[in-house]
Design a binder for this molecule. Sequence first.
Ligand SMILES: *Cc1c(COP(=O)(O)O)cnc(C)c1O
Length: 246
Amino acid sequence: MTDRKTELAARLDRVEERIAAACAAAGRPRSDVTLIVVTKTFPASDVRLLAELGVRHVAENRDQEAAPKAAECSDIPLTWHFVGQLQTNKVRSVVGYADMVHSVDRERLVGALSAAAVRAGRGLGCLVQVALDAEPGEAGGRGEGVGDRGGVAPDGVPALAGALAGAEGLTCAGVMTVAPLAGPYAGRPRAAFERLTEISSRLRADHPTATMVSAGMSADLEDAVSAGATHVRVGSAVLGVRPRLG
Ligand SMILES: *Cc1c(COP(=O)(O)O)cnc(C)c1O
């Protein structure tokens, strides 16, 4: 193995052990949780090595970077997840390679994704991104120090899910969140993820397809697994410290 492959294999093993231990502690079967490796800022060659090591799900957060990377890896059987803030003018490109979009946070995006999916003849799984730092009726990520994480406030989830369910080419596949840096859940990822699981349960009553709970990153994947996440999105714990964003 190359040095890089050996390094990735070792890191992947450690993450796998963490997920397995968290599942065991929560009394959940390991098969309940899918690892998505977030490959943003790392090259297509790493995606290829990860696939050789058994990774089947990868995620990206910027279309400019993801589109060429996915094209370079189009011969590999991978499920591509888009997890970043999505502008409507990037939707057509994203629909060209993504199987799942985790970051649906406004109705305008639903219309654009649906039109692009129909046009491409593809089905797209969509998750409602929930901002647990947003006030009712507001979008997330507008507050000071919060950055541009996006998401819709919890009270906006049913309407957005309804729009997804009614949109041709799209499936309402679940909910996603990023542990908030501000608001009542700041520094309390476990409580935030438990809130997401509650939101998910209520959503599934109306939308049985919405089975995915996407939560947890390198620093807090155990909290996510214990709260009921079905998908964890892990970047740096597998790939190492990210190069600075250009
Ligand atoms: C970068 C990113 C991750 C992974 O973060 P790490 O801390 O590197 O594990 C997960 N989710 C989203 C939305 C991201 O942008």
